[in-house]
Design a protein around this ligand. Structure first.
Ligand SMILES: [Zn+2]
Length: 325
């Protein structure tokens, strides 16, 4: 029951995110070449991103394929931003061959129907867990969005059509992409996609660059372990493309994300030691996190940190066999 109540709180908070908070944003579509001239081993692969500054920011990335098309990674949080992302993708002037969904949080998949309508032949990939989360609405986010922001929410959520069966290497229009399931972390599942030709790595919300982490999943320990696996699994990755915030050098972004998670876990542990699993301890933890990290809030919630602290406290109070890193 506790779990259900917490779920409701999270769902409600997400619902609030879509109600009224999105102020006009500055749209940015960036196009970049990921190749580096000094290394002849790295192919020239052009990548781009649609994003916007400030609260609620979330990225739609794309990669140009050798065959003259595009692969798009994640497709925005609502119909308004999805249409803007689609316009940015169309401006490249190439057809979308495939869409990759990193995880089952609605800011990454709500715009899928818009993209499918524009590019009906695009194959949409996701892990089995992510596909199931979207199709069954297991978090309740889809229903919450439809209820609270119907004007910017699809009546029916499009679902990925191709499930990644374990660890697979995709060749899409001549572009090789390695998909690796990284497990539960920021969400119940996250898939990393790696383009070995250009050494670009797309990690969804395993990395949030100077953006507050959503800890509602209650799995920061598993998240830290997933970051270690990313580090070891993709030793040659050059650029990490996060779900939120700017792309950047792999080691810097992994180091920053680890520091964030270790710090917030440390704050929570100290406050729990001081005053137990209490409201006062939660409030103090959230205050310390917000003071330590002057980061962007990736949702429309008034305080995503305070919301996440609930998940963190659940994680710390739950019987578990998972070692705490
Ligand atoms: Zn997420």
């Amino acid at each position: 029951m506790f779990k259900h109540r917490v779920f409701f709180v999270i769902a409600f908070a997400f619902a609030l995110a879509f109600a009224d908070v999105f102020m006009p944003t500055v749209d940015i579509a960036r196009q970049a070449s990921s190749a580096h001239a000094e290394n002849s081993q790295v192919a020239v692969v052009r990548t781009g991103v649609y994003t916007y500054k400030g609260q609620g920011t979330v990225n739609t990335h794309w990669i140009e394929t050798p065959g003259g098309g595009l692969v798009v990674i994640d497709v925005q949080r609502d119909l308004v931003h999805a249409r803007e992302a689609l316009a940015a993708v169309r401006a490249v002037g190439k057809p979308v061959r495939a869409i990759l969904i990193t995880h089952g949080h609605p800011d990454h998949y709500t715009g899928l129907g818009i993209f499918k309508q524009a590019f009906p032949d695009a194959v949409v990939y996701a892990s089995a867990v992510t596909e199931n989360t979207i199709r069954t609405d297991s978090y309740g986010y889809n229903a919450a969005e439809q209820k609270d922001a119907p004007e910017i929410t699809p009546r029916e959520f499009a679902v990925p059509g191709r499930i990644l069966e374990g660890d697979v290497t995709l060749t899409i229009d001549g572009l090789v992409l390695i998909a690796r399931e990284m497990g539960r972390a920021e969400a119940n599942s996250v898939t990393a996609y790696y383009a070995p030709a250009s050494r670009d790595l797309y990690v969804g919300d395993l990395v949030m660059n100077r953006v507050h982490a959503f800890m509602g999943e209650g799995a920061t320990g598993e998240w830290l372990a997933a970051l270690d696996r990313v580090d070891a699994m993709f030793p040659n990755a050059r650029v990490v493309h996060p779900g939120h915030g700017d792309s950047g050098a792999k080691q810097q972004l992994l180091t920053d994300q680890r520091e964030y998670l270790r710090t917030v876990r440390g704050f929570a542990a100290e406050e729990i030691a001081r005053s137990g699993f209490t409201a006062a301890a939660k409030t103090a933890t959230a205050r310390r996190i917000n003071e330590r990290f002057r980061y962007i809030n990736p949702t429309g919630n008034a305080d995503i940190v305070a919301l996440g602290v609930d998940g963190l406290f659940q994680e710390f109070s739950r019987p578990t066999l998972t070692p705490i890193p």
